[in-house]
Design a protein around this ligand. Structure first.
Ligand code: AHR
Length: 504
């Protein structure tokens, strides 16, 4: 194969806005699963733990990662969870079977601990209610406990538990993956649509200011995909603010060229859910445009995962502590670009999960915490993507894939505000790509920084011994000449190119 550079062009023009980027696009997820909570965010015996048992090293890395919103407590876990088990004096809390993950839930960490952790991490909470084994009443009870100021049984119980001011939680998920036969309390689309609508109506009676996410399909390969969203929305279009999407990308079940095209798969998935929402909206004569919450996404070596079976015997064993490679980081960066490209419809997105479980942050019990390769594109996108996402006109060669047809080698989006513009770009090709950046609509701007995640060894990973083996590197930048800059994108790379107005 030739190693000569390919050529591509991109035009950045602030007159082509997609939408203001919602900070909630950079969300994450903490589930009572494996070592995400216990041994991840919470480990009282750890040398860095504070008086609440929060690991200080994980908190520090979380702040550096920069998630805006964190979904909690599941995931599949929530579908058989009793939230009351996780509040009040810790010593009096019951141990329960975690049905979703066949383990033991000690309930040492619950709602109020999560809220204190979220405050310390400076993230917005996004809570899920159990619509698997429970229903409308328990969802309202939980909301009353969290958001009602005082003077009712449950709001006063919260105050008795030491939380005087209401938690004022805005974002709520109405169950999780209720279309999946693996889900405790799995439902048909009609059953779920009715329940979602009625739960939403009742929750708004408790607190009219909540924003509600209806659970869409667990992924685009579900047999009911499309029909699930349409049926649910026929029941609940007026009641919900968002429909959720979940998708994980498995490097082991496809060839490398297809895996590198994951951004295209995400684009198509988002666009098909938008089409379904708009179809139902048109049928029901609605002016409201449904927004999307992509509240579980990531690379996941799913085919290596075996469902745990030793219910209750193993405590909380590690689950899916995948090691992520340079290629995985490039794909994660591309998935973030796809989310930004759809900033007009996708308002919330959560990478799953935050710590240990398919996560950007890994830990050892009693030992160090470190950044996985996928940490870097997330942290940099969250840090740099402030402003308005721009539609970028692209000219790029394509490459062939077996599953997704001909795919452009270049994936890109720009985010602009007056004092800084960032072009996020992925080179999906195994060859370098010389990218001409047309800046005629950004006169007086310089290309001031080019950060890239790429490596001669695309399988390189970070480990506790070499925690910075994979990290972003600064590449040399070209001068802007006649309204054009040129960037050299390494083979299979994720890139952030920062442009700022020249100071005269
Ligand atoms: O994130 C891991 C699991 O994947 C979640 O619990 C579930 O919602 C999804 O299937």
């Amino acid at each position: 194969m030739s190693s000569a550079p390919l050529n591509a062009e991109v035009v950045i023009d602030p007159r082509s806005p997609i939408a203001e980027v919602d900070r909630r696009l950079f969300g994450s997820f903490v589930e009572h699963m494996g070592r995400c909570v216990y041994g991840g965010v919470h480990e009282p015996e750890h040398p860095t733990a504070d008086e609440r048992g929060f690991r200080g090293d994980v908190l520090e890395l979380t702040r550096e990662l920069g998630p805006s919103v964190v979904r909690y407590p599941g995931g599949n876990f929530v579908s058989s969870y009793r939230w009351e088990d996780g509040v009040g004096p810790v010593g009096e809390r019951p141990k329960r079977l975690n049905l979703a993950w066949r383990s033991l839930e000690p309930n040492a960490f619950g709602l109020n601990e999560f809220m204190a952790w979220a405050k310390a991490a400076d993230v917005e909470p996004m809570l899920a209610v159990n619509l698997g084994t429970r229903g409308i009443q328990e969802a309202c009870d939980l909301l009353e406990y969290c958001n009602h100021p005082s003077g009712t049984h449950l709001s006063d119980l919260r105050r008795k538990h030491g939380v005087e001011a209401p938690h004022a939680i805005k974002l709520w998920c109405l169950g999780n993956e209720m279309d999946g036969p693996w889900q405790v309390g799995h439902k048909t689309p009609h059953e779920y649509g009715r329940l979602a609508a009625e739960t939403a109506n009742a929750m708004r009676m408790v607190d009219p200011s909540v924003e509600l996410v209806a659970a869409g399909s667990s992924n685009s390969q579900m047999p009911t995909f499309g029909e699930w969203e349409a049926t649910l929305l026929e029941h609940a279009y007026d009641q919900v603010d968002y429909v959720s999407l979940h998708h994980y990308f498995d490097p082991d079940t496809q060839d490398r060229a297809d895996f590198l095209a994951s951004g295209v798969v995400m684009d198509r998935f988002i666009e098909s859910v938008v089409a379904t929402c708009d179809h139902v909206g048109a049928k029901l004569r609605k002016r409201k445009r449904m927004r999307l919450s992509f509240d579980e996404w990531n690379v996941w070596y799913h085919s290596r995962f075996t469902e745990p079976t030793d219910r209750g015997l193993l405590g909380m064993p590690p689950l899916i502590e995948d090691d992520f490679t340079v290629t995985d980081a490039v794909v994660v960066g591309d998935l973030l670009i796809s989310l930004l490209r759809h900033a007009d419809r996708v308002a919330v997105a959560n990478q799953a999960q935050l710590v240990n479980v398919i996560a950007p942050i890994r830990t050892i019990d009693g030992g160090p915490a470190w950044r996985q390769s996928i940490f870097h594109p997330f942290a940099l996108t969250s840090r740099l993507a402030h402003g308005v996402a721009l539609r970028t006109a692209l000219r790029a060669p394509t490459y062939q894939t077996s599953e997704h047809g001909d795919v452009p080698v270049l994936s890109a989006v720009a985010v602009h505000r007056d004092d800084a513009t960032t072009l996020f770009a992925v080179n999906r090709a195994e060859r370098p790509l010389d990218l001409a950046i047309d800046l005629r609509s950004l006169p007086g701007h310089d290309l001031v920084e080019h950060l890239a995640v790429a490596d001669d060894d695309p399988a390189a990973i970070n480990t506790p011994d070499r925690p910075d083996r994979v990290r972003p590197r600064r590449l040399t930048t070209s001068a802007v000449d006649a309204g054009q800059a040129t960037a050299h994108l390494p083979p299979v790379s994720w890139n952030a190119l920062r442009l700022t107005p020249r100071k005269d």
